[in-house]
Write a protein that binds this ligand. Sequence first.
Ligand SMILES: C[S@@+](CC[C@H](N)C(=O)[O-])C[C@H]1O[C@@H](n2cnc3c(N)ncnc32)[C@H](O)[C@@H]1O
Length: 326
Amino acid sequence: MTDKDFVFYNEDCITGAKKYLPDNSIDLMICDPPYGIEGDKLDKHYNRDEEKVLDGYVEISSNEYPEFTKKWIAEAERVLRPGASIYIISGYTNLRHILNALADTKLVERNHLIWKYNFGVYTSKKYISSHYHILYYVKQGKEMTFNTYAFFSDSEKSETGGSLNYQDREDVWYINKEYKPGQIKNKNELPKSLLTKMILYSSLPEDMVCDFFLGSFSTAKVAIALGRNACGFEINNNAFQYQINEIQNVTKGELLVEQRTIPENQLTNKGKKLTTQETDAIISDYKSYLTLNMTKKNIIDKLTEKYHRGYWSISKIIKNAEERLF
Ligand SMILES: C[S@@+](CC[C@H](N)C(=O)[O-])C[C@H]1O[C@@H](n2cnc3c(N)ncnc32)[C@H](O)[C@@H]1O
């Protein structure tokens, strides 16, 4: 496999990975395995109209789930390059098997994310389930790719004054599912914005992004549209044949032009050692602003801009000074 390949296999991901994917060849994996909850029959259970959903979704039985999970996660660990990330999407029913399989590897947990989506399946005698788990792990050995400012620079603020960068990097993600009335789709198709988030934070242009459970090829389509390369497996021949044609319509990099240009970071002194002169100057400015009856928050915002340091570092200097002075 060369760096430039887009390669998809209509095969089982475990035997397929052994055949085609070399050790340490993948820069990012996004895997959304079957949930082991008879997902292939859910439409009957919930009386959903699935006329436009492609037939042939392959489910894993609950008996097979632990062993199946161990095997595909071991393959994922082998093919990830040192420093590469993996995101695994899971419901709660078989989450423990995924966590156990991960614990049997040397992959290291970075976050246990919660994806909160809209319109959970309605239940009247218990709480309505409207979240998935996303396990975000890395293979150690080299510096990992995490693009901290992929979506917001360090000083962009929400309407209520909070840091947009901080909010975007919190570990609960509110992302709506996409509804595609009248369009052919896969069961459990992941939304574009969820995939865009994982891909832009955890990979670079031309990286190889792999999905062991392609379904609608959603990961691969978004990865290519964001200027990455893509590969993966789907065992369902019906979905595979349909999607392998669909993906020809995706132009490499087409989504990049829709991405916002991120303003330059302003807090250029963040993390740098403070000198005594700088600390004294910050305290002196703070005292002057206090005489103007400004709120503490406004003063800290002003000092943040002036000294190009983070909000918490300025607050800490002021807190220490207040303890000494007042
Ligand atoms: C939860 S769906 C993935 C949905 C996909 N993320 C999307 O956005 O469309 C799981 C997919 O894995 C496929 N699958 C099941 N067992 C597999 C295996 N051993 N190897 C490859 N694909 C498999 C199923 O047919 C199904 O399409």
